[in-house]
Design a protein around this ligand. Structure first.
Ligand code: PGA
Length: 253
């Protein structure tokens, strides 16, 4: 079971460090639970240091984005290679906020997936529909389109590297609204069969994301086809993230 904490730009460097320090002290003796903390780029080194002091192998770090380019004249970009050197195991790619505010297209996302995989990390590919698309019964079509475009262009199926898919309905992110767990199961089934049709790794973990918190996490983690969750807001507070981790630990038993 995989829990990804996306801290976005919510925390300062010091707050990220302090939160990571508290987490690293948690004793989670469960090899089936993996928690990935994704702080901002500037906090990665400090958070990595805290994580390295945690007992067991349950806590890892990830980045929120990476450049599709290896190196060169790309002002403001951060290479996958450097993220790997800092200790990142995962990189979130194609988050809807990146697509919406920074103009990331499926093609850019595909190149990022390839760059992350090439550097030896696991891309967490985010897909999901807007509210207008859901209302217009186009949710499935949108998600299948994003997946197939990315898989084809990234040539990830040739790389045979592991990848995680996060189903995150755009309208559920940061709004307090979620799909019903049954609907998450159905959409995850659509994602899994799309992956299978494209000859991709059938055991790809599929996460649900969008307004997951300590109250609803148990329903999502208990739903069939849901291999974990991607959490934004609720993962930036010690008590709620701790509670979520304890719930996940009990379910993964
Ligand atoms: P949220 O964010 O949990 O705050 O809705 C989820 C995400 O953006 O990944």
């Amino acid at each position: 079971m995989l829990i990804v904490a996306n801290w976005k730009m919510y925390l300062t460097l010091r707050q990220s460090e302090a939160l990571a320090e508290r987490f690293a002290r948690l004793e989670i003796r469960d090899s089936r639970l993996e928690v990935v903390v994704c702080p901002s780029f500037v906090a990665l080194e400090e958070v990595a240091e805290e994580v390295s002091e945690s007992k067991g192998r349950w806590l890892k770090i990830g980045a929120q984005d990476a450049s599709w380019a290896e190196k060169g004249a790309y002002t403001g970009e951060v290479s996958a290679e450097d993220l790997k050197k800092l200790g990142c195991r995962y990189v979130i790619v194609g988050h809807s906020e990146r697509r919406q505010y920074f103009g990331e297209s499926d093609a850019m996302v595909a190149h990022k997936v390839a760059a992350v995989a090439k550097a030896g990390m696991t891309p967490i590919l985010c897909v999901g529909e807007t509210w207008a698309e859901r209302r217009g019964s186009r949710a499935e079509r949108k998600v299948i389109g994003q997946l197939t475009a990315t898989i084809k262009k990234s040539k990830i199926s040739n790389l045979k590297s592991k990848i995680v898919v996060a189903y995150e309905p755009v309208w559920a992110i940061g709004t307090g609204k979620t799909v019903e767990p049954e609907e998450a199961t159905r959409m995850h089934g659509v994602i899994r069969s799309t992956i299978a049709k494209m000859g991709w790794l059938p055991k790809t973990p599929i996460l649900y994301g969008g307004s997951v918190n300590q109250k609803n996490v148990s329903a999502f983690l208990s739903a069939p086809e849901v291999d974990g969750v991607l959490i934004g807001g609720a993962s930036t507070q010690w008590l709620s993230l701790k509670k979520i981790i304890v719930i996940a630990k009990n379910i993964s038993r």
